[in-house]
Design a protein around this ligand. Sequence first.
Ligand code: HMG
Ligand code: MG
Length: 292
Amino acid sequence: MIQIKEMAPRDGLQNEKVKILTEDKIEFIQKLQQAGITYIEIGAFVHPDKVPQMADTEAVIRGVDLQEGVETSVLVPNMHGFQKALDLGMKEVAVFTAASETFNQKNINASIQESLDRFKPVFEAAENNGIKVRGYISTAFVCPFEGLVSTNKVIPIIESLLEMGCYEVSIGDTIGKATTDQVTELFSKTHQLGLNGWLAGHFHDTYGQALENIKASLAFDIEVFDASAGGLGGCPYAPGAPGNVATEDVVDFLNSQNITLPIQINKLIEAISFIESKIGRELNSKTYKKYK
Ligand code: HMG
Ligand code: MG
């Protein structure tokens, strides 16, 4: 079954220049739930100097009234972040590394191996406390500093994260430069290895390629896609990484493929319109412009 994982409250807002009030983040999350979104990455327990917009994640988690059946996750780069998630009763966290060394250093101040080492106690503690762990691999196709990334770099990291205990690994096209050929190459190889039931696609839409890349992923039985309402998004440590693929565009595209999700576009548009009024710039995904 195809599933969308909503990134807007975390990946979406983390790069916005205007400080969004905690109460507005909470209202945005409530509106996303009302639209039928069933999985939300709610924030990040990272260093507040690195990503100031995420500094109020604890207050957001405390303030959100979760509807039945809605799952939430929070980014944690290490035990420091995991402990906060645990103390707040989170049932899922996400660890994140990359397939290129330069990006990983800039993003989390660690080599790829060092980051996996940091995750070991997180996986142990997660298992002891019954918490699910999702994993991200950034720059899985192209790195803003090193250029093209080989599948030979990505596949061992996928395998490590799954062996360590991730229930799913999300493959990040961090700067939206992946081509459908690259997506096909990676997911055909992982398909041969029997891994695709554990993978998700996380496509940024910098060059309008994300929907094509989702289509290429569907051909290899990838069923989970990260997306961000309004096409909000971007990583502050990846120059040229604007929006994630817009949730409303993915819903619209899937509809065109006869895949219907229980997400109500009109309510989603309301949520986007609400956050647009707070961030001080226009959002302009194809579907948002059509319906707003
Ligand atoms: P570091 O400086 O190596 O950390 O940063 P450290 O362990 O040496 O500790 C230094 C200080 O940070 C200490 O405080 C720690 O307590 C504190 P001090 O003693 O100096 O007062 N500290 C923390 N504070 C808050 N939260 C924590 C934490 N850990 C240590 N979790 C660190 C390493 C990972 C913390 C830092 O580099 C960081 O916070 N990076 C975050 C980067 C980030 O959030 N990037 C955006 C998200 S990733 C993304 O967008 C990509 C994705 O969407 C997929 C894709 O698109 O590809 C997921
Ligand atoms: Mg991202």
